[in-house]
Ligand binder design. Structure first.
Ligand code: NAD
Ligand code: UDP
Length: 337
């Protein structure tokens, strides 16, 4: 299959591109590089011995995207392109609504004008309401507290409405839990701009000496050790989940929603300990007050993806940390400019 991958140079998309190439698909990557670098293409080529097309393009440019879909004869789209920082979305809500909502509307218009009917969308566990028991099932209560989360929920609603109105469309939403880790080669990984907001890249930068210590946001939660618990999933498991979702979606019309998680909660201290083992030294930390907006615990019920897609996450926390450390230590400043 030839697949347009929006946000194709980003963290999850680049790993997905490798999985798609490994399975004989042909991804066409599209990115405006607002949060990534073109250098990732060399790494994809080194791993797969194939160099996919990489288009410098904004997903909001409907005509250019429609042209790309036609010229590359794409049969499906995976839509990763979005802004994703929760805190920044509170500061700059319009930028988030414009990029994430307008970007999706533009993409849908381009798909309609070029006759592409299959779409896989990057959603997030943040669409679930915090007030419910774990694990989270796809039919759980929805509700989200940040502008970023609202863009994901709004796009899900838009996609569900559009798929309901046109029975020839196949739209899939993948609700990711906490993607972490890197390609096991250590040549591809997460390369956040500035100080990382997320736990694993922050810990990785402490390990490599770019940051002095981890600040643990609260140790008085009702969890195993008082620190927040999340469902960390290896980015390569997540990437493979996209290939399974695409295989399921193609030719199967309707609106499909899947959690992509492991089904296991892990605490901040457990992550820190596993990363210390991976990098071979105790990592410094201090406990500070809770981060506003954080929930105590969040993990997936992954059974729907298992039974319907035949996909399940297989990589352990140790592998997530070992691979993240291999990437971070070999590329302490991330990808070259
Ligand atoms: P990322 O920032 O590495 O990738 C997103 C890519 O989209 C970047 O390369 C960026 O340059 C590009 N982009 C953004 N706006 C664009 C536009 N208008 N036109 C073209 N390209 C554009 O982020 P990621 O972690 O790989 O996330 C990918 C997707 O998964 C996003 O939609 C994100 O919201 C979602 N998601 C991520 C996480 C996570 O923790 N990483 C969790 C849940 C969901
Ligand atoms: N966390 C932390 N220090 C950090 C970043 C994160 O203690 O510098 C904690 C955070 O409070 C949460 C967990 O790590 O309990 C995962 O946070 P992350 O931002 O990676 O994911 P999210 O909260 O969005 O699920």
């Amino acid at each position: 299959m030839r697949i347009l991958v929006t946000g194709g140079a980003g963290y999850i998309a680049s790993h997905t591109a490798v999985s798609l190439l490994d399975r004989g698909h042909q991804p066409v990557l599209l990115d405006n590089f607002c949060n990534s670098k073109p250098a990732v293409l060399d790494r994809i080529e080194a791993l797969t011995r194939q160099r996919p097309t990489l288009l410098k393009m904004d997903v909001r440019d409907t005509d250019a995207v429609a042209r790309a879909l036609r010229e590359h004869d794409c049969q499906a789209v995976i839509h990763f392109a979005a802004l994703k920082a929760v805190g920044e979305s509170v500061e700059k809500p319009l930028a988030y609504y414009e990029n994430n909502i307008q970007g999706t509307l533009s993409l849908l218009a381009a798909m309609r004008s070029s006759g592409v009917k299959t779409l896989v969308f990057s959603s997030s566990a943040t669409v679930y309401s915090a007030d419910q028991p774990m694990p989270l099932r796809e039919d759980g209560l929805l509700g989200t507290s940040s502008p970023y989360g609202r863009t994901k929920l709004m796009v899900e609603n838009i996609l569900a409405d559009v798929a309901a109105a046109d029975k020839t469309l196949s739209f899939t939403s993948l609700r990711y839990f906490n993607p972490v880790g890197a390609h096991p080669s250590g040549t591809m990984g997460e390369d956040p701009r500035g100080i990382p907001n997320n736990l694993m890249p922050f810990v990785a930068q402490v390990a490599v000496g770019r940051l002095p210590r981890l600040r643990v946001f609260g140790n008085d939660y009702p969890t195993v050790d008082g620190t927040g618990m999340r469902d960390y999933i290896h980015v390569c498991d997540l990437a493979e989940g996209h290939v399974s979702a695409l295989n399921h979606a193609h030719g199967r019309a309707g609106w499909h929603v899947f959690n992509l998680g492991t089904g296991q909660g892990t605490s901040v201290m457990q992550v820190l300990q596993a990363f210390s083992l991976a990098c071979g030294r105790e990592l410094p930390y201090e406990v500070v007050p809770r981060r506003s907006g954080d929930v105590a615990a969040c993990w997936a019920d992954p059974h729907h993806a298992e039974s319907t897609l035949g996909w399940r996450a297989s990589r352990t926390l140790e592998m997530m940390c070992a691979d993240a450390w291999r990437w971070q230590s070999a590329n302490p400043m991330g990808y070259p400019d």
